[in-house]
Design a protein around this ligand. Sequence first.
Ligand code: GCV
Length: 652
Amino acid sequence: MGIDPAWLPSAAFRAVGSRSTLVRGSGPLVDTVRAEVGAACRDFGGRVEHGAGDDFDLLLELTGDTDGTDGEGFTYAREDGRTTVTASGGRGLLYGLFHVVRLGEEAFRGSTARQTHRPAVGLRMLDHWDNVAVHPVMGQVERGYAGGSLFWRDGRARGEPERVRAYGRLLAACGINAVAVNNVNVHATEARLLTDRIGEVAFLAQVLRPYGIRTHLSVTFAAPIVLGGLPTADPLDARVRAWWAAATARVYEAIPDFGGYVVKADSEGQPGPFAYGRSHADGANMLAAALAPYGGSVHWRAFVYDHRQDWRDRSTDRARAAYDHFVPLDGEFADNAVLQVKHGPMDFQVREPVSPLIGAMPRTRLAVEVQATQEYTGQQRHVCWLGPMWSEVLRFPIQQESSVGELARGGLVAVSNVGDDPYWTGHPLAQANLYTFGRLAWDPGADPGAVLDEWIGLTFGREAGAGPHAGVRSVLDGSWRTYEKYTAPLGVGFMVQPGHHYGPSVDGYEYSPWGTYHFADRDGVGVDRSVASGTGFAGQYGKAWAEVYESPDTCPDELLLFFHHVPYDHVLKSGKTVIQHIYDTHFEGVAEVEAAREVWASLAGAVDPGRHARVAELFEEQVRSAREWRDQINSYFFRKSGVPDERGRVLY
Ligand code: GCV
């Protein structure tokens, strides 16, 4: 098959393509808009108007006014039988066109008073964990479940502009405006993208630019040593600073609109400022200084923790690490240094509390990072639509008056789930995660269910009452909670097979150095992170949430084992004991996957055969894997606790 059109099949453009449209303005992004409308008109018989006449149904106009949002906003109105989109910047016009595409026929009915649309945050980015050269353990894409990289193959740029361009188009259509093109774990080959191989990055930047996407690059903190031959990478050393300034100047010669650097430092073996007795603010600010003359930013990741912990040491708590490292540095970061924080304190588990760091650094620009690639949520073999989780995170009032989405002033970032798979994302339904991320990054307060409806309508068709809409929706809508039910219970996390992280292994990380433990014994399970008797992590929140999480009586059920070690007969707010909850949810989770598989089977004939077959095949694996999770988890806790299932179901 060719490349899947995903949420931009030709049919999605019918309403625009069958009418006459006037595009006013000039510039590269306006050319993109014109080309999009032209292609739609060729498919559906409409016209692109030129000149000053007023015989048109849709006006897309670049006004040149300034709307204060870097030209990304647009206005939309329908009056006197005409639909009008105006924007002060090319990106805004492009986003306005895609708004009309999303509305379809509705954009050409009745009347709508002028509305203003603008993104809540300026940076909406995808980070690719793509290696240029195949890594012996991690492969071409670290934690990638969609085939090889879109950008790189076997040590080189793939040089396939059509595919990259199609990708940029999909991203623009859901509002994403930045892409980091290589893994944050920067190995030797990848390091050179910064210097002698910058031309390969420039090629990608050139292909993505017409869709309003800026290119960013992950760099190694040790670059002055490994590329520049200096004896040190000390951020306060004048030679090091000069090296970064010169390297950055050359980057901007090649890519004038380059977005900036992404850095993983002092994390999981990556080099960083600690080796020189310097702080992470020193490290980030050095790169910020190199980027500042060109308007670039450094995205400095807060994922810093001890990955060589002794499991016998009960006082070290990985959940505390980001806060402990970074909160003392609040106010020390340069304006163009953005601290990029994972949404939870651990590592993209199916359920985590929001990272307390997000509410604790008022004088620092923060970006919040989520993971579209499903490392811990089924690896794109399981259906797991993450929209509701991300929406809960973004709307979470971490401070009394501010939600996470409001505090993410430095941007919203997702680790990409895309590869060179013909469906882009391995599992065709995982496209919904990519689309949903873009739309929630544009508007963190949006209703994720409405976003899902949009995605289904664009991807599968919008005929009212007919088609697969209801079936696809029911398969995706509750799939995150279903996944949670059959995997690690009540926020305790992990229990995955070490290394690749697919499938159950309850004790897989229990005696490991990675800091991810559940502490199950014959009496109970969970991690005591209270201030009173545990690691004190609960005290990293502001007063209101610290009080809620401190006691098992007030802690929400779904996070109970994240914050507390409780006996198996502890009664949840739901009225069930912890052990019975574990049994029940694991049986329910599998039943829900089996039911979803039947719904999908019933859509044969309503969904194109290739897509239907791929998803049907993946459902077989999901059912198998979910049963394995259920039986391993239930048997493990039955054997530990000796408590039988009150409903008498089989435990092994
Ligand atoms: C890119 C987790 C993943 C790693 C990843 C890391 C990170 O630990 O398992 O593969 O490395 O997160 O976010 O840096």
